[in-house]
Design a protein around this ligand. Structure first.
Ligand code: DX5
Ligand code: ZN
Length: 221
């Protein structure tokens, strides 16, 4: 499966978003990842659909929108109308998960279902056939620059085996501390979509170009 790189915009320079997106396009990133936080599901805030709608006008890159919010059903239409290609929702925030998945698909976006590090894979049992990908959180959600939760590597391996056994064509996306060291381990375990923030593409000691080049080198891409 082709490895896709999804740049975590919460780690971009918010005073130069258009410039950073231009560089990401030139460097061949596959998606722009928007971490949406409401101060309830996670203790942090980031951005709303208005930012996505503005950026939709300046780039054709697919928007990979990650809703780390309570009751996401309320905002799915707004984020899809703002230009989201993928919508990630957390099982932990969706008591009616199947209904939420159907809502996203009805509105025309692709569904990623996200699991926090401590959430077991069995929560996917009855919806795996309905979705395009699983988003395995490899850190506890809410903040950039956190450390990988080590057990998530074997979680990716277990999920890959489940997907293969059920002969499904589903990506495993990973989000959090996708570093130059961790990225190869995540891909070896079965990840094919890497959400990359301050640990790689937006590494504080490197520019975007250098971060992308070093990440590709670490993955032999
Ligand atoms: C966690 C965030 C981060 C973000 C930044 O909620 O979603 O994972 O992508 O990535 P890192 O961990 O590289 O700063
Ligand atoms: Zn995310």
């Amino acid at each position: 499966m082709k490895i896709k790189l999804s740049a975590s915009i919460m780690c971009a320079n918010f005073s130069h978003l258009a410039r950073d997106i231009r560089i990401l396009e030139e460097e061949g990133v596959d998606y722009l990842h928007f971490d949406i936080m409401d101060g309830h599901f996670v203790s942090n805030f980031t951005m709303g659909p208005g930012i996505l709608a503005s950026l939709r006008k300046i780039t054709n890159l697919p928007f990979d929108t990650h809703l780390m919010i309570e009751k996401p059903d309320r905002y799915i239409s707004a984020f899809i109308e703002a230009g989201s290609t993928f919508i990630s929702i957390h099982v932990e925030a969706c008591p009616h998960l199947d209904r939420t998945i159907q809502l996203i698909k009805k509105k025309g976006a692709k569904v990623r279902v996200a699991l926090n590090p401590a959430t077991p894979l069995c929560r996917l049992d009855y919806i795996l056939e309905e979705i395009s990908s699983v988003l395995v959180m490899t850190v506890n959600p809410g903040f950039a620059s956190q450390r990988l939760v080590p057990s998530t590597i074997s979680k990716i391996e277990k999920l890959k085996k489940i997907i293969e056994k059920r002969a499904l064509n589903i990506d495993i996306a990973v989000d959090g501390n996708v570093s130059f060291i961790n990225a190869p381990l995540m891909v070896k375990a079965g990840a094919s979509v890497l959400v990359c923030g301050s640990s790689s593409i937006f590494h504080p000691e490197l520019g975007i170009k250098e971060g992308m080049a070093k990440l590709r080198e670490s993955l032999n891409l």
